[in-house]
Ligand binder design. Structure first.
Ligand SMILES: [Zn+2]
Length: 309
């Protein structure tokens, strides 16, 4: 590192600690939910990145899914990466896990020193090991050159293959349910209960009774949603349109049905996310909301990237 690089890096650390102090003051005791990525599907877009959310409780940061671009969205949302304590993956489609390893690497770059637990379906342990192996050269160089702590011992992957309690700490209880997302098995939804809030993230799923049970009485349900009248237009752009349409309809939930699930679960707020299509300008927020409100009497929010709820 030359002097100029050192000065720039030091300034970055100062900004980082200033952001961290500001972050702490904003926390109070309220549980925060920020949508980092609200687009469905792995196709890169300019308006919405792939699925990712962050939940913050008492300065502790929990990431849920790691779509492409999640690390940059952390910075854009003003959430200190170094505070990352848990990563939860709902399922291993690339629009939910593509930046899993890069998020860990990004956190380490800005000073992660605490233990980082990661949770998700098998083969999470193999994915974690393979990522460290793929990046061993860079990681080893930075340990030797920059004095960083070894990364692998900080990261503890846990495979979750069934519904039930995932973990509980002093601030939060996390519960999972198996949801329906063929051909991906298992696919999970997560519920987060804190002293002031309950939040459920559906992951990707067709309408799911397990999800209804998991979400009973929750304050917030973030549910994936597709806008059915636009699906034909969407698949028309794909090389294998018929097969893609079958996959979409069998493994995802129409906005109307997301409303049905929210109503059956009795949640207080429904947030539509993982939107399919994600970038069709002819579908307005009002159209998404009125579809969801066909069966749901409560308030509906259409997710957008960096929206705090
Ligand atoms: Zn998926």
């Amino acid at each position: 590192m030359d002097r100029r690089t050192f000065v720039t890096a030091s300034a970055g650390m100062l900004v980082g600690s200033w952001q961290s102090a500001l972050f702490s003051r904003r926390q109070a005791s309220k549980t925060r939910l920020i949508l980092l990525g609200t687009g469905g599907g792995p196709r890169p877009r300019t308006n919405r990145i792939a699925s990712s959310q962050v939940i913050i409780v008492n300065n502790t940061v929990y990431a849920v899914d790691c779509g492409d671009g999640v690390t940059r969205q952390f910075v854009a949302a003003g959430v200190p990466l170094g505070r990352l304590r848990h990563i939860l993956i709902t399922h291993h489609h690339s629009d939910h896990n593509a930046d899993y390893g890069n998020l860990i690497l990004g956190a380490w770059m800005v000073g992660l020193e605490n233990r980082l637990d990661t949770w998700g379906p098998p083969p999470l342990e193999k994915i974690t090991r393979a990522f460290f192996e793929m990046n061993a050269y860079d990681i080893d160089v930075r340990i030797a050159d920059e004095g960083k702590p070894p990364l692998a011992p900080l990261v503890h992957p846990h495979e979750v293959a069934t519904g039930g309690k995932v973990f509980e700490d002093e601030a939060i209880k996390v519960t999972a349910a198996l949801v329906t997302h063929p051909l991906v098995k298992p696919a999970l939804a997560y519920r987060f209960d804190t002293s002031d809030r309950s939040i459920v993230i559906s992951g990707d799923t067709a309408p799911s009774d397990n999800l209804i049970q998991l979400a009973k009485g929750a304050d917030v349900l973030v549910h994936e949603a597709m806008y059915l009248p636009a699906i034909d237009r969407l698949v028309a752009r794909a090389p294998d349109a018929t097969r893609l349409k079958q996959h979409i309809l069998a493994s995802h939930t129409a906005a109307e049905d997301a409303g049905r699930v929210a109503q059956a679960a009795g949640v207080k707020l429904l947030v539509l996310s993982h939107l399919v299509p994600a970038d069709d300008p002819t579908i307005t927020d009002e159209m998404w909301i009125s579809a969801a409100r066909t069966h749901f009497e409560g308030p509906v929010i259409v997710g957008r990237d960096l929206l705090e709820i």
